[in-house]
Write a protein that binds this ligand. Structure first.
Ligand code: AQP
Length: 334
């Protein structure tokens, strides 16, 4: 039996990168007979950066609503909020005693997020990958579907699983496999084709949010950075044109076709022809999700019930694992 675990932070609205890099793929796992899916809203990660407590709770339910609206079925998958399962942070401390500072210092996400202020960054931001390892290992998850940006963190999780197993001479934690699939595992910013699309990027023009209306989507795409050349007829010719390559990759991913086919369709055309067609495709793809999300947000109690029940189910898996870890490590019985 495979067990899938993945999550998103309620730091802001989900964007096209979160959708194509992760969420869209999550939906495809829940119909597999041999796979159990756990999808979490990782609010404990969201507090490692500046946030408003009164906004966070609603944002967590909004992310849960986005999961459901995008096709995660609470009857098939477990949807829950991380902070409702205290075993995540309890295991994090235990794994933290085995995590090496040198390895954490090499995590690129910490470097990106802390920027020039690394000395002032909080311990939580630094230890983020240890909490992520706990999120996964507390369920003994075997597979973790993520975008390419999370690959390094997954490697650390596997490393911590090995360290634990070796230190206590036991085959206890599995080595979770990253599942980096889909036609757009790394979606780039609309303003800079060399940077990933991100919720925490200050400019909202750099991303397309799941909740953007049609006018906003069209405006953002029209203003997206491109170059003056027309679109070529081969992918090789896009190698030095990161913005153009990103837009074609996104078009193909949403149209469910190969990049080569999308390129053929627009070969020789300028971006003034491509961009409105791309905007129309994004609007069409997002509309059912946004409508469903709006409906769910009108019935927030229902979403709360779904995550409460998911959190209970998750605790039923997590609590015995933590009890076993305590026994193995010689700690008091829970
Ligand atoms: N640009 C991206 N392309 C492909 N996948 C992406 N993901 C995020 N950005 C891209 C995937 O989305 C999932 C959830 O991510 P997260 O909410 O935990 O945070 P993140 O990876 O740090 O994403 P953001 O948008 O950049 O959030 P902030 O700015 O709040 O940190 C993950 O599976 C991730 O791979």
């Amino acid at each position: 039996m495979k067990r899938i675990l993945s999550g998103m932070q309620p730091t802001s609205q989900l964007h096209l990168g979160n959708y194509l890099g992760a969420l869209k793929n999550w939906v495809s796992f829940q119909d597999k007979q041999d796979t159990e899916c756990l999808y979490c809203v990782v609010d404990l990660h969201a507090i490692t950066v500046a946030y408003e407590p009164e906004v966070l709770k609603k944002a967590s339910l909004e992310i849960a609503a986005a999961y459901i609206a995008a096709g995660i079925d609470p009857k098939k998958s477990t949807i829950f909020v991380q902070s409702a399962v205290p075993e995540h942070s309890q295991l994090m401390w235990l794994l933290g005693t085995m995590a090496q500072m040198g390895k954490l210092q090499r995590m690129t996400q910490f470097k990106d997020k802390a920027g020039k202020n690394a000395e002032r960054a909080g311990l939580g931001l630094f230890a983020y990958p240890v909490l992520m390892a706990a999120d996964i290992l507390i369920y003994k998850a075997t597979h973790v579907p993520v975008g390419e940006d999370q690959k390094q963190h997954l490697e650390l999780t596997r490393d911590l699983a090995s360290t634990f197993n070796t230190k206590f001479d036991i085959d206890f934690f599995p080595h979770p496999e990253p599942v980096i699939t889909g036609p757009a595992p790394r979606v780039m910013s609309l303003r800079d084709g060399t940077k990933k699309m991100s919720k925490s990027e200050p400019s909202d023009m750099s991303r397309i949010n799941l909740t953007d209306d049609a006018d906003t989507i069209l405006k953002k795409i029209k203003k997206a950075k491109t170059d003056p050349e027309p679109l070529p007829d081969s992918l090789e010719s896009l190698e030095e044109r990161p913005e153009a390559l990103n837009l074609i990759t996104l078009y193909a991913a949403l149209a469910n076709e190969a990049k080569e086919d999308s390129l053929k369709r627009f070969a020789g055309e300028s971006f003034s022809v491509f961009k409105p067609a791309f905007a129309e495709l994004v609007i069409e793809s997002f509309a059912p999700i946004t409508n469903e999300m709006n409906k769910l947000m009108q019935d927030i109690d229902q979403v709360q019930k779904i995550v409460d029940s998911g959190s209970e189910k998750s605790r039923d898996i997590a609590a015995p694992v933590l009890r076993d870890v305590h026994k193995i490590m010689g700690l008091s019985a829970l």
